[in-house]
Design a protein around this ligand. Structure first.
Ligand code: NAD
Ligand code: UDX
Length: 366
């Protein structure tokens, strides 16, 4: 059955979805769900894979080009009989047989998506077209991980899904935010024209273990900076504490520091994605934690929790940085029964633990 849209009837497909593989109707069909996760070697993707693999009826296939992701994030599943890893770039067609597609492949950190903007927009447009083509051929349901960046520098606060956004179409962030907007358009056009079962999540800033240490996003930057600074502190004797100013890394707050973001812990986010895929609503649905912080507040929280000696330094910002962002999650609550559970103050220490291990900074003394 075609999914109901909460955006009005005109968004709902009049076409029946393409038929899934005859195997799904076979009474001998054993392996219940074959699930493709594009971008599954990345931060969110690898946590999603962990959750999907917990269900013994799922077979999980990851397709990733390892631009920002790594096999390391999936090492516990490599060799598992229900898991398969394919080095694949989604800008090329993929011919496999699956029942569901979680389409995550796309660099998400601004420094990485701006590194090769033409490739980023190709990934969003051609990559999404290819995955929709696959969904159409095999009758699979497809979920796109869109982003709060589709709201641009929002003039409505907090942002409900009905807000159309304030995006610069020719700016340095456009490859990503306009790319995701086109990806959403393609999803709805395939839904209306071909009856494809679609799901769209608009994800707000998400953080947690396994983010790249040098990812460049604010939470991973602050935690890595606080810990690197701490490791310098530990190697200095008292007389050399003054050297800290030369050696210690400060927390780099990009000016003005009053810009806000809302940070969602990755386990909450993954729970929302799985509910969205399993439910009857196309979305778009905001998934994020409504707790809103300025970047100065975030830096102060990291300093207090991880390293009270670290300095906070104001540095230059990049163009078109959104000034405020906070999700309105009414729809997620009503339609998915979802809301985040992990508060920022509880999530940061979980991420700190993972970063300490990877940076080789000793365990915290209680
Ligand atoms: N983390 C967030 O705060 C956030 C917020 C909004 C939306 N999202 C979306 O969620 C998804 C995952 O984000 P993430 O934070 O895990 O980022 P990430 O960079 O850790 O993961 C992205 C993954 O996609 C892979 N990839 C990139 N281009 C590819 C291509 N052309 N072909 C195949 N694989 C490719 C990368 O190698 C990586 O493994 C992205 O679509 C992103 O836009 C993330
Ligand atoms: O070291 C830093 C890095 C970033 N920042 C600031 O922190 C804020 C958040 O920046 P990030 O780079 O973490 O992420 P952004 O919110 O700009 O973009 C993110 O939005 C949602 C997703 O789609 C993506 O993960 C990413 O594009 C910005 O205001 C930025 O100026 C710092 O103050 N210091």
């Amino acid at each position: 059955m075609a999914a109901n849209s909460s955006n009005g009837d005109h968004q709902t497909s009049t076409k029946p979805p393409p038929l899934p593989s005859p195997l799904r109707f076979s009474k001998f069909f054993q392996s219940n769900m074959r699930i493709l996760v594009t971008g599954g070697a990345g931060f969110i993707g690898s946590h999603l894979v962990d959750r999907l693999m917990e269900n013994e009826k799922n077979e999980v296939i990851v397709a990733d080009n390892y631009f920002t992701g790594s096999k390391d994030n999936l090492k516990k599943w490599i060799g598992h009989p229900r898991f398969e890893l394919i080095r694949h770039d989604v800008t090329e067609p993929l011919l496999i047989e699956v029942d569901q597609i979680y389409h995550l492949a796309c660099p998400a950190s601004p420094i990485f998506y701006k590194y090769n903007p033409v490739k980023t927009i190709k990934t969003n447009v051609i990559g999404t077209l290819n995955m929709l083509g696959l969904a159409k051929r095999v009758g699979a349901r497809i979920l796109l991980t869109s982003t709060s960046e589709v709201y641009g520098d929002p003039l409505v606060h907090p942002q409900p899904e009905s807000y159309w956004g304030n995006v610069n179409p020719i700016g340095v962030r456009s490859c990503y935010d306009e790319g995701k907007r086109v990806a959403e358009t393609l999803m709805f056009d395939y839904h209306r024209q071909h009856g494809i079962e679609i799901r769209i999540a608009r994800i707000f800033n998400t953080y947690g273990p396994r983010m790249n240490i040098d990812d460049g996003r604010v939470v991973s930057n602050f935690i890595a900076q606080a810990l690197r600074n701490l490791s310098v502190c530990l190697t200095l004797t008292n007389e050399h504490v003054g050297d800290l100013l030369d050696h210690g890394e400060p927390l780099t707050v990009q000016s003005p520091g009053t810009q806000t973001r809302s940070f969602c812990y990755v386990s909450d986010l993954v729970d929302g994605l799985i509910r969205l895929m399993g439910g009857e609503n196309t979305g778009p649905i905001n998934l994020g934690n409504p707790g809103e912080f300025t970047m100065v507040e975030l830096a102060e929280t990291v300093k207090e929790l991880i390293n009270p000696a670290v300095e906070i330094k104001m540095v230059e910002n990049t163009p078109d940085d959104p000034r405020q962002r906070k999700p309105d999650i009414t729809k997620a609550k009503e339609l998915l029964g979802w809301e985040p559970k992990v508060k920022l103050r509880d999530g940061l220490p979980l991420m700190e633990e993972d970063f300490r291990l990877r940076l080789g900074v000793g365990k915290k003394k209680n």
